[in-house]
Design a protein around this ligand. Sequence first.
Ligand code: BGC
Length: 499
Amino acid sequence: MVGMGPRKPPSRRGSMADVPEDLKSQIKRLEELFTVPQEKLKEVTDHFISELAKGLSVDGGSIPMNATWCMNYPDGHETGTFIALDMGGTNLRVCEITLPEEKGEFDIIQSKYRMPEELKTGSAEELWEYIADCLQQFVEYHHEGEELDQLPLGFTFSYPATQEYIDHGVLQRWTKGFDIDGVEGKDVVPPFEAALKEKGVPIKLTALVNDTTGTLIASAYTDTMMKIGCIFGTGCNAAYMEHCGDIPKLAHLNLPKDALMAINCEWGAFDNEHKVLPRTQYDIVIDKESPRPGQQAFEKMIAGLYLGEIFRLVVLDLHKSNECSLFKDQDVSQLEKPYSLDAGFLAAIEEDPFENLSETHDMFKKKINIDATRPELELCRRLAELIGTRAARLSACGVAAIAKKKNLGECHVGADGSVFNKYPHFKARGAQALREILDWPEKTKRSEKDPIEILPAEDGSGVGAALIAALTMQRVQKGENWGIRDPKAILEAMKSAKK
Ligand code: BGC
């Protein structure tokens, strides 16, 4: 990269000067398609609020608003040793977490196992066996030769699940491109436990946890202002605490009205009926070609799994269009492959520090064998910005909706996930959108904080899952057995946790 120009922030406006008219007018069209103005953000947020309420009602709505049976914030004094398992999209992570006497502290050891791509569309037996294998390896490696009782496990299963109990969960549907037969509509815990038993792995599932609930609880462990947990990663979603008295669909259980219940919103399903979201023709294609058309309308516009694919569809469409010349006479066969570009590709375009977009040029050549001209790269850069900005702005609508519903004037939101952590400007764009939706006055000083801040979260699927297992045990100890299928087994596992 020596001699390619100084590393200074590019002045994007000037760089459009040499873009030919046909591409300029396409850029303008894309700007109109992908920009979500303040008024639209507010409209989306208002509809979001009513859909959150609908999800809690007896009749239900598109957003599942799943009761999780995580019924408390941690107070920082939770103790014990727990196993946490995170079945993410790319990796399977197993951790052992010790919560010591010291308030808000934790120790962690962890191992990562690659989640083979074939497993995502394979059979249920293969999935459970693979997971049990990883847990077995972990236990054998870290506890070689030890006599073990049942170690308590917090299992982060980040898919929509109906939980009648915390140690139970019926998968509503796969998301994020997973498509394993014979799991949807069934409780995932019995086959998981059967696979553990078969291999003799000494682990007792204590809590089945969503990554958002884990994020909320892990963040609240060290910051009492944390009121919402969000994931902006391969998928997207949020969790927050509701009062049981405000959950009409649980009224028949006669839970104490002022008791808390973490709600896993599953907001990826927001607007499945396409009432407010500004969908483009490209979003429609993404949905149609996905394993679950009609599902996860919101997620498909904002989550990491889809950002690169939206970009690919737009660029390919422009290449084929008669109205402009993009990648003319280039071999686009690589670009024709669905999901060949990921969010990291867009992030890299946005991060190219060079005025002449030379890094983007090289990446196009290397990854998709396209030798793009400077004006073509300018269009791609603008498109990446538009897609990334739309994602951040729409995400903010979900946060604003929960904040408004719960009257959270001031709070912290704990966020995790690859898009939140790695996508350039995602945080700043989201914060700007929140300001527009909630009409906060302009900041007078740079150091001033927004009333609601979205901050990087603690490790939800590790520490969060362990804390939820600990909180569940505490409830059993107090005899608060709501939503706990097997309190006796949990008390047993507690003995190992405290050893
Ligand atoms: C899942 C949620 C999860 C989110 C983030 C979505 O696809 O349905 O359960 O929280 O992804 O991982």
